[in-house]
Design a protein. Structure first.
Length: 249
């Protein structure tokens, strides 16, 4: 378990690593950081215990089926992953990063935080009392990387902003998007949805159809896809240029 502090603009940014989980926690109070860390440790332990008993859960890339009698016995993190991923008929590990981030921010909120961000490898849970810009990374050579962000406005709900990519990172993807980002109520849903959206994006001509994967799902606010030099969006997504924060038309 590793931890590293950065003080930036009167807020704490803490890098916390536990095995494969590597997150950035942003908060105003060290108590809230500790609450997030405790939640990550606790829920990761529950997930590991469940996977040990049900190894198929870890490897399936299809809808996870279970006996209805098992539902109440599943750990909270597992139920969230299954519930989110099954909406798209994909494996539950597609929602693992978002689920852990979401549970960590919930614990921060329970400890009194009104400003809490947990970034779990690009799958982000946000509770904010101010405007926040979330940058989008689509690879070093992509023309949009480092130049655009999504504006998240203040509110009392936990928002998920999660990105999946076929060209960045080590995640399994059956599509070709450089970045497929989904904004939703909660990060579990956004994480699974981003995976499904990326899977559905095979080329530029497929982008319009790909949005149908997330369209009509309760809780999803909007999405964007970057593939090469093309950026497309659907729903409620406010994109700004990071050099001057002007809206991107």
């Amino acid at each position: 378990m590793q931890r590293r502090y950065i003080l930036c603009m009167d807020v704490l940014r803490v890098h916390f690593r536990l095995k494969e989980t590597s997150v950035w926690i942003t908060a105003e109070d060290e108590r809230h950081v500790e609450a997030a860390e405790d939640a990550l440790i606790e829920h990761r332990r529950h997930l590991e215990s469940y996977v040990k008993r049900n190894p198929f859960f870890l490897i399936t890339i299809e809808r996870y089926t279970y006996d209805e009698r098992e539902w109440d016995e599943m750990p909270d993190v597992v139920r969230r992953m299954v519930s989110a991923a099954n909406k798209f008929n994909i494996g539950p590990m597609s929602a693992v990063a978002g689920a852990l981030a979401e549970l960590a921010v919930e614990r921060m909120r329970d400890e009194g935080a009104s400003f809490a961000i947990v970034d779990n490898g690009g799958d982000i849970a946000i509770l904010t009392d101010r405007e926040v810009l979330v940058g989008i990374y689509a690879g070093d050579d992509n023309p949009f990387s480092g130049k655009i962000a999504i504006r998240i406005r203040s509110g009392d709900k936990i928002i998920g902003v999660c990105t999946s990519s076929a060209t960045v990172g080590h995640s399994i993807s059956f599509g070709n998007a450089d970045a497929a980002t989904v904004i939703s109520d909660g990060a579990s849903l956004a994480d699974a949805a981003a995976t499904a959206l990326c899977n559905a994006t095979s080329d530029v001509s497929s982008v319009r159809r790909a949005f149908n994967v997330v369209r009509g799902i309760d809780g999803i606010r909007g999405a964007l896809v970057i593939i090469g030099d093309v950026l497309a969006k659907w729903g409620n997504v406010e994109i700004v240029r990071t050099n001057n924060s002007a809206p991107l038309q």
